[in-house]
Design a protein around this ligand. Structure first.
Ligand code: PLP
Length: 451
């Protein structure tokens, strides 16, 4: 079928996620046909470096035949069975064991879901159940952060702090409260990064006192806020947050959907920041995105209560721990271990990207270039000296994103913040290519703005 025919059908029948349906109809979609390594290919014959690993998920890169074989073998053996009640199957059990080996030491259980959003719905259920079992049903409030993304189901969207989603979403899940994010470049430059990190932790304590110190059940956050703009918190932030949560006996939920599975150079972002979460939602890189699977890693404190005191937990999904998805996820983790992918990010590729990415800070359009592991961001500014931002109506980030795409690089824009999170199997040479393409796109953006 020709591209134009596919585009016409797409326009006629397909409502894309996070898309202005009408604008899509006018422009027509780019059709991605195949992919290999870190490159995707489209129906026009273009090869594009996927600087976003799909949606932050294709950690092992495209075209891994071992994953295809794991899927087909499992499809032949047992294409489906569930884990409800008292049944299970080998892939789910083996994956659970592997995850608990890789997780922080106090984490020894996992509850499987089909996605990251479902994982966060599960978090909400577990947090509320835990405090009810502990005889503290008044602990209902969950504190999250502005601009956080925790999924698109009603619970995920309510936990998240994306204002446009809240505005469209109708009544939200009640008793979720959002505090400021530790986004130094965007919101904290009147203080040093370290002071600002502490200010943001103090905002959590202030909110706890406002809501009532006995009423707060949990705090949820990503180690590094991903979809919000690849926001690495100042070094003072997490230690101060940990102190606040311990003071008021509040559960810590660390959303590892993006940061898990090597993105920051550790198996989990929690290990990078020395966090001991009670609950860790996971998805994406768990299967390198080859098949949909997610879950919640459950720390001993919550797990023991749910197991010993909980009785039946009325919650689960038809595809919780789907055997084919679990088999692929297990193979994915085994390959990552065998190839030392996570160590490669920590010791080699992450530091290499940091050095190369930092060179973009010299560009006249860039106010800050930051990275950690294989996640990076560029803050585009109108005035380099003052760091002043562009008028939002100019949509400079989207302009730069589109220029990138046309010239062979997927970079994401969040407002005027440009983001990368390439496959963890990218080579040093491909990092050079990525940085060169980004620099060219910045040059071209500057030219277009000057017109
Ligand atoms: N949590 C975080 C931090 C995410 O980035 C995402 C997706 O981008 C989700 C949860 C939701 O995951 P899913 O899209 O698999 O439902």
């Amino acid at each position: 079928m020709h591209s134009q025919d596919l585009q016409a059908l797409d326009r006629a029948h397909h409502l894309h996620p996070f898309t202005d349906f009408k604008a899509l109809g006018e422009e027509g979609s780019r059709i991605v046909t195949h992919a290999e390594g870190v490159y995707i290919h489209d129906s026009e014959g273009n090869r594009i470096l996927d600087g976003m690993a799909g949606l932050w998920c294709v950690n092992l890169g495209y075209g891994r035949q071992e994953l295809v074989e794991a899927a087909t073998a499992q499809l032949r053996e047992l294409p489906y069975y569930n884990n409800f009640f008292k049944t299970t199957h080998p892939p789910a059990v083996k994956l659970a064991e592997k995850l608990c080996q890789l997780a922080p030491a106090h984490v020894n259980h996992v509850f499987f879901t089909g996605s990251g959003s479902e994982a966060n719905d599960t978090v909400l259920r577990m947090v509320r159940r835990y405090w009810a079992l502990k005889g503290k049903p008044e602990k209902q409030w969950i504190i999250s952060r502005e601009n956080a993304y925790h999924g698109s189901t009603v619970a995920g969207m309510s936990l998240g702090g994306m204002a446009p989603m809240h505005a469209q979403g109708g009544p939200l899940v009640p008793e979720i409260s959002h505090v400021r994010q530790p986004y130094w470049f965007g919101e904290g430059r009147d203080q040093s990064p370290e002071a600002f990190g502490r200010t943001c932790a103090e905002a959590i304590e202030a909110r706890i006192l406002e809501l009532g110190e006995d009423n707060v059940a949990a705090f949820i956050a990503e180690p590094v806020q991903g979809a919000g703009g690849a926001i690495m918190p100042p070094a003072s932030y997490w230690p101060a947050v940990k102190e606040v949560l311990a003071k008021y006996d509040i559960l810590l939920v660390v959303d590892e959907v993006i940061c898990g599975f090597g993105r920051l150079g550790e198996w989990f972002g929690s290990l990078h920041y020395d966090l001991e979460p009670d609950l860790m939602p996971i998805a994406k890189g768990l299967s390198s995105g080859y098949l949909p699977i997610g879950g919640v890693l459950v720390g001993d404190r919550v797990a023991e209560t749910l197991i010993e005191e909980g009785g039946e937990f009325f919650h689960g999904f038809t595809y919780s721990g789907h055997p084919v998805c679990a088999a692929v996820a297990l193979k994915n983790l085994e390959i990552m271990q065998a190839e030392g992918v996570v160590e490669g990010v920590r010791d080699d590729l992450g530091p290499y990207l940091a050095e190369r990415w930092a060179s973009l800070a010299e560009h006249p359009l860039v106010g800050e270039a930051r990275s950690l592991g294989l996640m990076g961001a560029l803050e585009l500014v109108a005035d380099k000296a003052s760091g002043g931002r562009f008028d939002k109506r100019l949509a400079v980030g989207n302009l730069c994103r589109d220029i990138c795409f046309a010239s062979g690089l997927v970079m994401r824009s969040v407002g005027d913040t440009m983001i990368i999170a390439p496959p963890l199997t990218i080579t040093r040479e491909q990092i050079d290519e990525l940085v060169a393409l980004a620099r060219d796109a910045l040059d071209e953006t500057a030219v277009r703005l000057a017109k």
